[in-house]
Each structure stands twice: as structure tokens, then as C-alpha cells.
Design a protein around this ligand. Sequence first.
Ligand code: KIV
Ligand code: ZN
Length: 396
Amino acid sequence: MSKATKKEWFRVRRIKFFDTTLRDGEQQPGLNLNREEKLKIAKQLDRLGVDIIEAGFPASNEGDFYSVQQIARAVKKSSVTGLSRLSKSDIDTAWEALKDSPEPRIHLFIATSDVHINHKLMSTQAQVIQDSVEAVRYAKERFSVVQWSAEDACRTDWDFLKKIMEKVIEAGVDVINLPDTVGYTTAQEIRAMFQHLKENVKGAKDIALSTHCHDDLGMAVANSLAAIEGGADQVECTINGIGERAGNASLEEIAVALHIRRDHYGAEQNLNLQEIKRTSSLVSKLSGNVVPGNKAVVGNNAFAHESGIHQDGVLKESSTYEIITPELVGVDANKLVLGKLSGKHAFKNKVSELGFDLPEAELKRVFKAFKQLANKKKDISDDDIFALLVADKNED
Ligand code: KIV
Ligand code: ZN
């Protein structure tokens, strides 16, 4: 591509981030966030600048319904959405949960691969088309934005995908998501699929195409980036890659890859990358999901150098071994160690690093508890501070 064309493409392309930590992420076995925790995460996702927060699946249970409703009312910058099957009752329930959000948005889904249609839905392709069209039309009468997902799209026959996509586009859909539900595809395949469908499906260029990859073969991030190369306008992911089985594509890895390699992807994004580490820590603490030290971008070792040759290189010129600066993702390079001599300022910093934004009175209370602990214990860890914050919350 010539320099001029590349520049032009760079200017016009913006990838939307659709975060599904609170829906697909929460499907991680054993993970159960309460309403207060979900709201805290949603507010942090809003600060991070994600375009869309999938807050839950309102018709699946009462807890999800009220949590989606609370988030839809509280979050003002990000759009809020909820998952829904194609039935009118699911769509009505989603509407009740989401109608107070500034831009009510629904996420409809149905499986499209033969293996799912034959063995799970025990239906036919014709029926899946008819149900999808009816649901999109019904949802369009209520919601500002209607997204429809072809579950297991990456194992679906392309001709059938083309046919059903054209029908839901005619019915008025705004976004079509093509998930790799079981983490089966390869980068080359998913890039080709997006290119093919964008080029050949009538109306595909007038709506947004979305990618949603799972990590069963450890390829979710690479596949999401390949889908973006193939023309995806929106990327669906979770914080720290949490989710069903091996999880979803990691938001932080995709976001930073798009930023560091914008010469290659030519894409802009809305995220405030300095909120990345804080968001990752908050989700890790509240979900109990420990982030491995060697995890890209947010692992504790992501900016640590051990070998003499590397240390020598970094001291002379950091870019020798560091392609991402810690500051870019909100990691404080000069870590402050907290102890009995620490002041309220450093403590407040740490509290906010852990993802908490406390009113003054609460901060004062937890700081007092911290001082008492620091008098008894020499090394105060993040976990100690987190425990104090949670204990204080439980006493409210
Ligand atoms: O992985 C998947 O297919 C999903 C859909 C419900 C979008 O999570
Ligand atoms: Zn999924």
C-alpha cells in the first residue's frame, strides 16, 4: 500500500471496543460477581472508554436483570447492552432492563452452524432465518441499536452466512457479530471470512461487523486482530481474557497491539490506555482470577528485566527491550512501597491503582485501618489493602 493511501485509511478507521467481561467473562466457571461489584467494574470500563458494555443477560435470571438495569441507569458515556435470545419475551425483558439507558441497545443471538442447528437447536436453516428476521424487526421497534450474532459463525458455511446476513440486514439490523464461539479458527481463515462477507453480502458495508473470539487454542487475540485486518469494525473482548473454558480475547492485549502497531493496523480507538492496568487489577481482585506474571501488557513481569544483558540495554536505551512503556498502560514505573510511615497521598494512589474511587470519609476510615495494620505488619501487600477496602464496604 502506498504511503498516501495508508494515511487516508488511518484517518478514517476507528475500531469500537465492545466489552463483555460482565456477560461472557462472568460465564467463567466458578465466577460470581455481585451487583455492587458489577457496578464498580462497569464504572471503571466507562472510565477506560469502552464504546459498549455488555452488562449481562437480563432474561437469564433476576440478578442479571437488576444488575443490567442498574448499570444502564448509572453509566453515561459507554453504551450499555444486554444479551437476548430471539423470543419476544426475552426481548421484552431486555427492554425493561435497558430502556433507561441513553442509547438502548440489544444483543440478539442464535446459532448458525450445522452442528448447532442439528444437535442443539434441533431446527432448520429456514427456521433460524425466519426467527432471526422476526426478532430483529421486533427489537428494532424498541431499541436504538440492534446487534445480531451468528453463534459459531466460524464453523458456519459461508453461503448460509451470506444468506442469513442479507435477511437480517433487510430487517434493519445495525451490527452483525460473527463469533468464533469455540476458538477453532485461524488468523488466515477469519481474515478471509470477514473480507469475503464484507465484499459479498449486500448491505454489509452499511452496517458494522463485529468479531468475538474465544481462546481454546490460545489464538483469540491474534484472530481478533486478523478479523480487524479483514474489515471488522468492532471487537468483542474481556478484561484479562476471562470467560467460558479458556476465556475470551483480552481487551488489554488487543488495545495495546492496535496502538503500538498502528503503522500496521491503521486503526484508531477511543480507549484511555492509562486506565488499562487499573481496570485489570480491579477485575482480577473482584473475580479472584489471578493475572499470571508473564501475561502480556498487565502481568507483573511485563515490564521487568532480569538478565544482565537486557538490564544493560534498557539502562542505555529502554526501547532496546521495551516496546511498551509502563506509563502507557498506567503502570507506575517507580513503585511506591506502603508501610507505617506512608502518608495519605500514597495510600490514596494505591487505592485508586486497585480500581477504587472512595469518597473522603471512607478513605479516611480505611486509611486509619491501614495505619493500624502497618504498625503490626512490615510488608503490606495489595491483597492486604484490598481486604481492608472490602471489610470497610461490608461494614456499611
Ligand atoms: O461466543 C459466542 O458465540 C457468544 C455469543 C452469545 C455472542 O458469546
Ligand atoms: Zn462468547
